[in-house]
Structures are given as C-alpha cells and as structure tokens.
Design a protein. Sequence first.
Length: 322
Amino acid sequence: MTAIITIADKFRNIFQRFSRFGTWFLEHQRRNLIAIFSLFILIAFSTTVMVNITPRPSNLPSTDLNTPVSFGTLNKTASLTKSVFNKNNGVLELHYTISDGSVSDQDLVDISKIKFTAMTDHGGNQVTGRVVPTSNNTLVVQFKNLSHNFNAVTLTAHDKSINTATVEAPSSVSAESSTAKITNANSNTASGKFIINRDKVSKSNFLTFATQKELEVSESDAKISAQQKLIAKNTNAIVEYQKAIDQQQASIKKYQKRLAQSDDSDTQTSIDNARDAITQIRTQISDAQKNIQRAKTNISQYQKTKKQVQEGKTLLPKPTDL
C-alpha cells in the first residue's frame, strides 16, 4: 500500500511541475516563441554553412590509375597515370598517356587532336585549367586556384580526328532519313570520362604550376627511367635464362651417361626434351636482347628530345585552356 502511495505522489509532483512550466510558458509566450523561432533559424543557417564549407566526398567512384578508358570512335584510349595536388596553392596536376589501338606503334598519336573538357565540384570561383602536351603520346592537365576542399574533378576526353566511317553520304532523301539516327548514335559515344576525387590524389607541398618546357623535360626523364628499368629486367632475365640452359645441359650429361649404360627410349626422350628446352630458352634470350637494344634506342631518342626542349626547340602543340 505504501508503494502505491509513493508512486502516486511521484506522478502528482510531475504533474505539478508540468503545470507550473505551462503557466510560466504562457506568461512569457512571446519571448519563448521568439527564442524557438531564432533557434530554428540558427539551425537552418548552420546547416547551410556546413553544406557549403565542409568538404563532401563525391558520390561517384574515382577512376583508377593506369586504367585505359576508351574515347572517340577511332579506338583510342586514355590512361590516368599520375594525379598530384598541392592544397597550399591549389595546383592539381593530372598525367595522361594516350594510346591508339588502330596502329601498330601506339606511341604515334596526333596529340593535337586530343581535347579535354572539365567540371569541378566545389572547386571554387577562381579555378582555371589547361591541357599541356608533353610528348607524342602524353599530356598533362593542370588546374590552379582549385579549392583545397574540392570534392571531385570530372574530365572528359575527346578525339577531334575525323572517322570517315561515321561520315554519311546518302544517295537519296530516304537513305538520309534512315542513317540519321545511326550518325547521332555514333556521335554520342565519342568521349571517355574520368573522375578524380580529392581523397584519391597524391599530396605534395612542392607542386607548382609548371611550364610546358618543365613538364616536357620531366616526361622525358620519366620515359628514360622506365626504359632503364626495362633494360635491367631484361638483363636479369638473360642471367636467369643462362642458368636455366646450364641446368638443362647438366641434365643432358646425366641422361647421356645413363643412356650409355642401357638402351632406354625414355632416357633418349628426356635428352630430346632438354635440347628443345634449350632451343626455346635461347629464343627467349634473343628476344630479351632485342628488348634491350630497343630500349637503348628509345633512351637515345628521349635524350635527344630532352636536349631539344632544353634548348627551346619543340614540335609539340602549345597548351590550350580548358
């Protein structure tokens, strides 16, 4: 019984406090309504500020490095090989390699026909960009004054080369009508899109808005370094191939001793297989030697190009603004 009375007293106290609060609220109704309205205004203003100031991740997946993306109608692909951002000066540098699948030597690309368009998400009002050719098959897209809180940059590659397969020469009015939809469909597939999110780029406090000359020299150095690594790998491969030949020759001597003691057809087959393996390995050595020679030739050409650029001589198109 005592417990019931205690619970009833608690409910009575709560009701009395609520009544007193209601009375106080009505007595100060105007001031309280103004305070509540002001609180809602403050929340709305704070939310707006946070949405516009706080960086937000892009809702689109970032394009992976070294992933070929098709664009145009002539089998070309573009690969993002490097992305670097300096938040202190707002410089973003995106390196691209262009490949032409329609020719045997993919390094031979008319870089002047490759264009880019760009959009920035939360990039700021002062951002500018340009496309800088750095070799016959590479280019750099530069941005400056990009907000350090940018969400993402969307780049679209375009090939301005004319594909005669998509050019229509109708023989009659009816033929023109039937091919109009095909022409429109072909034109709509002539671009490849890249998404570069802020959280996916490399960070550098030393990146500057480099000149075309500096970027060309840097590209030549990168290509020379890549060819030197190629030479090193092929040189190591030749060493391993030679070891494999020595092992096969040692096996042949063992099989020949066994064959001298007994006329075993399986032993002779093993000898023949080992000799065939040696022939194949020697072919692989020859291929590796050709790779080395080709790499040395490329290095010589890249060094020549680097020297010409350093002397102020270049055959590449000038940078173009986005």
